[in-house]
Design a protein around this ligand. Sequence first.
Ligand SMILES: Nc1ncnc2c1ncn2[C@@H]1O[C@H](COP(=O)(O)OP(=O)(O)OP(=O)(O)O)[C@@H](O)[C@H]1O
Ligand SMILES: [Mg+2]
Length: 223
Amino acid sequence: MKKIILKDVKVRFKEHLALDIPNFELKGGVKLAVTGESGSGKSTLLNVLCLLESISGGRIFWNNKRVDDLSQMEKDRFRYENVGLVMQEFYLYSGLSAMQNVLLPLKFRYLKIPKQLSNRAFYLLERLNITEYSKNIDLLSRGEKQRVAIARALINSPKVIIADEPTASLDAQNSTHAVKLLLSLADEMGSAFICATHDKNLAEQLTYSLELKKGKKLEASFA
Ligand SMILES: Nc1ncnc2c1ncn2[C@@H]1O[C@H](COP(=O)(O)OP(=O)(O)OP(=O)(O)O)[C@@H](O)[C@H]1O
Ligand SMILES: [Mg+2]
């Protein structure tokens, strides 16, 4: 991914203007923290960037290709191919193992998972210190579950990692650990990392920060 551009992007929920971004540009490999108080539009912005939320006006470009006007199916495919999503809730599948959860997104694409991808799943789980691959996910700690969710998000080596308060439900130690791993894996893949967070510690580790207030860009700066 070379760059993402938002032009005059607006998101309205009924009359409420939840997001109003005249101009935004993100270059490949950049690490950006999106901050702002609750309700300021952080999740809305992230969802817009990965085409999960439709915009009420404006245009979105990825590498100079317009993407906001793709069909729903094209958007889903685009997201699958380009974005790794890490959310506050892990959305792991109860009853499946750690490995099965990481491979699950691929099940929709492949009848038989290519060796290269199952090797990558092993590699990611190992890097994320999950050694019991076949253990039922329900028996893992919160920190371990989050690391499995991170492995799942990175299985396709996404060009952009989008994380929405990925550490909000973790304690300080687990949170620092998860962030360090996410950042080093993003570096390894040369991926951009966009992260909504209330965590100052996390924001300070990223290269840029963008603060939202009532859906508008308040400031964008080097951290
Ligand atoms: N699906 C929706 N329908 C109606 N209003 C919504 C919807 N999603 C978000 N909003 C509103 O849009 C605004 C921005 O919400 P958003 O979830 O982006 O905030 P946020 O900065 O992520 O907050 P938090 O820190 O609590 O996660 C809020 O006023 C919220 O109530
Ligand atoms: Mg949010």
